[in-house]
Design a protein around this ligand. Structure first.
Ligand code: SAM
Length: 265
């Protein structure tokens, strides 16, 4: 993981080199359309407020829960006592990105969505709210965290979310076999090179003809930058958009030339 100074330096480099999304240098109808209708959509949708209210409650929750740590790989690393509000403060994606996920689902209307890394269900809630006809399968390893997410889904009256508990190493393959194809995925757990590439390959095997994969924290560490580089180079990846804190991957064999974009967000 990069320290604050390294990350700030990287962010500055990104900010200077990224396109401002105003059309100059964007020679792709897909990206032009994405920037105009999704990235720069400044409307305030109804669910934003209700989901952010849930985040607020989590950020004030002083309950202590036992959390399994999957940091060491395929087996549970250790179990720690953690305060809910501390997990909420450190591991949930900021609203700017949750709301972008919402708008992507609203605009592209994927039928089958997979999320790796539910945590308390904040990004899951944004994904599930984007289109009531989409079905979200979200995976979480820690049972105590998953039970808080389930409670949040019930309170938000989300009917199109299914939570799958267990280590991704054991749950992803059977889930993908059951789903057959995936139209959209958000990968936000186990930020290391090998597992990230492994999840990418599994998702690729089950991706619909046209699919969108969103990877979290692509510049968080050397390992994640290496994983992002490999993903961008993959022959089935037709277009990528680097927004610094997330990376968007488009799989679509109808796009003949590989294109890579870095856009300021
Ligand atoms: C960064 S949090 C997800 C945050 C959530 N997407 C949000 O922004 O609202 C990552 C979650 O993935 C889970 N996780 C990490 N590695 C895992 C693994 N190998 N198997 C199952 N769950 C895992 C952690 O328990 C944690 O709750």
């Amino acid at each position: 993981m990069f320290n604050r100074f390294q990350l700030a330096k990287k962010y500055l480099q990104y900010f200077i080199s990224a396109s401002n999304g105003k059309g100059h240098g964007i020679h792709s109808p897909f990206v032009f359309d994405f920037v105009k209708h999704v990235l720069n959509d400044k409307a305030s949708y109804h669910c934003y407020q209700t989901i952010e209210q849930k985040r607020k409650v989590l950020l004030q929750d002083e309950s202590i829960i036992d959390v399994e740590d999957f940091g060491a790989g395929s087996s549970i690393f250790k179990t720690d006592k953690r305060v809910v509000k501390d997990i909420a403060a450190s591991s949930l994606k900021p609203k700017k990105y949750g709301q972008l996920l919402y708008r992507m689902v609203q605009y592209y209307k994927p039928e089958s969505i997979v999320e790796l890394g539910t945590s308390f269900g904040i990004t899951s809630a944004y994904l599930a709210s984007g289109n009531e006809h989409s079905v979200l399968n979200t995976c979480e390893g820690s049972s105590s965290i998953a039970s808080i997410a389930k409670q949040n889904f019930n309170e938000l009256r989300l009917k199109n979310v299914q939570i799958i508990e267990g280590n991704f190493a054991n749950t992803l393959r059977p889930l993908l076999s059951k789903l057959k194809t995936v139209d959209f995925a958000f990968i936000d757990g186990n930020h290391r090179q090998e597992p990230t590439i492994n999840y990418f390959q599994q998702l690729l095997e089950h991706s619909a003809k046209s699919a969108i994969l969103v990877f979290d924290d692509i510049h968080w560490s050397n390992e994640m930058e290496a994983a992002w580089k490999l993903i961008k180079q993959h022959p089935q990846v037709t277009l990528t958009i680097d927004l610094f804190f997330i990376g968007i991957v488009l799989i679509n064999p109808d796009f003949k030339n590989k294109q890579q974009f870095t856009i300021r967000y």
